[in-house]
Design a protein. Structure first.
Length: 257
């Protein structure tokens, strides 16, 4: 039995039908998260549901109204500049156990399948050398690969060579078991905590590849980046690692990957 809780916003009992759901959580360079958070903050958006799980880090935070809220993964419906809508999932956290990551991924994919979400686009970063700026498109099934090839997009079968860990890897790889179309876009980044340049490149790649017309400007992404830098202050991360019993190395790396 899943321990995941879906706390729906007023007026919602399920995900709205959408062609796309863009997903990103903290990771290398926070590249995907910058894109998703910039969409939510830069355009008209509505919170649809908060996903709660007991394996999210025990880190309650203050919201914009000064209320104390539990850690969650939030799904928003975003209205794009040209009038289209899409769904986004983002969070400052992810479950810190493999079981929690599996359960949240499964609950999300079940909700997407039930709602008729056309495709889940998972966004992530890949540590690379300065000057490397490729975006690797990775597919979890032959059906997904065929759909991308019909769009004329090159598919990566070698990168990321070490795979993808954490919630992002679970969502991408489990999608076919729920018959939910999905694809993962992995942008190379120098690996700084918040890589605005790589995020801007990834947003433009999405526009060019899928004709989504995200219309994100670099200054919008930079504004979001400042908030992320503030949240992921090293002292705060170290404090959380200590609370969770981490030595600050392997476990911390897995948590944010």
């Amino acid at each position: 039995m899943s321990r995941t809780r879906m706390v729906w916003s007023k007026g919602h009992k399920a995900l709205p039908k959408a062609d796309w759901l863009l997903e990103a959580v903290p990771g290398v360079g926070n590249v995907g998260k910058l894109v998703v958070d910039s969409l939510v903050e830069g355009y008209e958006s509505e919170l649809v549901v908060k996903i709660l799980h007991p394996d999210l880090p025990p880190h309650a935070t203050l919201d914009s109204d000064g209320f104390l809220i539990p850690p969650s993964l939030d799904i928003h419906q975003v209205t794009l500049p040209k009038g289209g809508t899409l769904l986004t999932l983002s969070s400052n956290f992810q479950p810190i156990t493999p079981a929690g990551q599996y359960e949240v991924a499964s609950e999300l994919l079940e909700a997407c399948k039930s709602a008729g979400v056309g495709r889940v686009l998972i966004l992530a970063g890949l540590a690379a050398e300065p000057g490397d700026d490729a975006v690797h498109l990775v597919c979890p099934s032959a059906e997904d690969r065929g759909a991308m090839e019909k769009l004329g997009l090159p598919i990566s079968t070698e990168h990321p060579s070490a795979g993808i860990i954490g919630l992002t890897g679970m969502i991408a790889s489990l999608a076919p078991t729920f018959e939910q179309p999905a694809v993962c876009a992995v942008a190379e980044t120098v690996g700084t905590s918040v890589d605005v340049v790589a995020a801007d490149r990834l947003a433009k790649w999405i526009d060019d590849s899928f004709k989504l017309d995200l219309g994100l400007a670099l200054d919008t992404t930079e504004s979001t980046a400042e908030k992320l830098r503030s949240f992921f202050d090293l002292d705060e991360v170290a404090e959380l690692d200590a609370l969770l019993g981490s030595d600050g190395d392997a476990e911390s790396e897995a948590f944010y990957a």
